[in-house]
Write a new protein. Sequence first.
Length: 93
Amino acid sequence: MVKVKQSKPVAELKKGDKIKVNGREFEVDASVVLIEHDKETKEMALEIFDEGKDEDFQLRYFTNNVENSFEFYELKGDFIYSKVRDELESVEW
């Protein structure tokens, strides 16, 4: 289970906010809806980047089960994301 430390609801994160994944700091670029399953369930992605390393990632989750659904993906090419194989241990903002 991923340890989550929130300073505000994930839905309130916006461009420029800082987020840490497994202790590594990223900056939020956008929050996007990937799939709207029904009125209460959306699959979301926080598009985040590490400016120092010029790397882009997505932190994906479901709105009806935020803390138990986080998955971490890395941008590998134009619109191609690959799930990061390292264990997702902590997320904080």
